[in-house]
Design a protein around this ligand. Sequence first.
Ligand code: AP5
Length: 225
Amino acid sequence: MRIVLVGPPGAGKGTQASFIASHLGVPKISTGDIFRANISQGTPLGVKAKEYLDAGQLVPDELTIDIVRDRLGQADAAGGFLLDGFPRNVAQAEELDKILADNGVSPSAGKAYLDVVLDLEVDNGEVVKRISGRRLCRNDSGHIFHVDYSPSKAGDKCDICGGELYQRSDDAEEVVRTRLEVYAAETAPIIDYYREQGVLTTIDATGEVDVITARAFAAVDAARG
Ligand code: AP5
């Protein structure tokens, strides 16, 4: 199954992505995670991407699209994938369709190359609460915590793998404001793009994490038929 998660910063895409990907048996591909891994390893891509992440701006398409093309060309993505954080604008959405066509995927009657695009809907007030309390594990595991909503039982260490917990530099209040503006101006238009293709499902992403997971599973299972 080919699925995209869309939603504003802090909507819970990363939190839900692992559950949904496991449920479907497909790899989870997060462009944000790929950029952060490159930044922490100091690669040439990481050096270029860092200034955009720190400013809350999108990394230029010419850097981002090639990464996704390469990743989707790997064997484990041949039977489906879950994309978290890509596409981020209409140009990326159009490129994704081309990549999938090049990879031999046939479009549906609505000309969709994806099976479902899950739009996680939350308001800005909730986003700010979620992002301000978010803590991430430094290990590759990518475990996500929240100081109030889902605290680690091991304090400032990850209670799953023992890694150090940290706050993302782009979770500073003024950067979050920019990220929300960028989402509204550049990313929100992809919702109409996918609605016109007939693959968009919007779910209420407020409430307990497991309640939202159940809504997401119902939506993807309905799309799977
Ligand atoms: P990216 O990493 O994709 O960040 P984002 O889209 O801004 O989303 P977040 O990771 O902030 O939030 P999330 O929705 O995953 O929420 P989470 O599950 O963590 O992108 C970062 C940057 O990389 C971009 O700004 C850009 O610079 C660059 N980039 C990435 N992709 C790009 C692309 N395609 N093109 C160009 N540039 C790109 O949850 C948030 C918090 O809430 C956590 O603490 C969690 O524990 C908590 N939480 C989750 N669910 C609930 C719940 N139901 N109730 C209470 N708390 C909850």
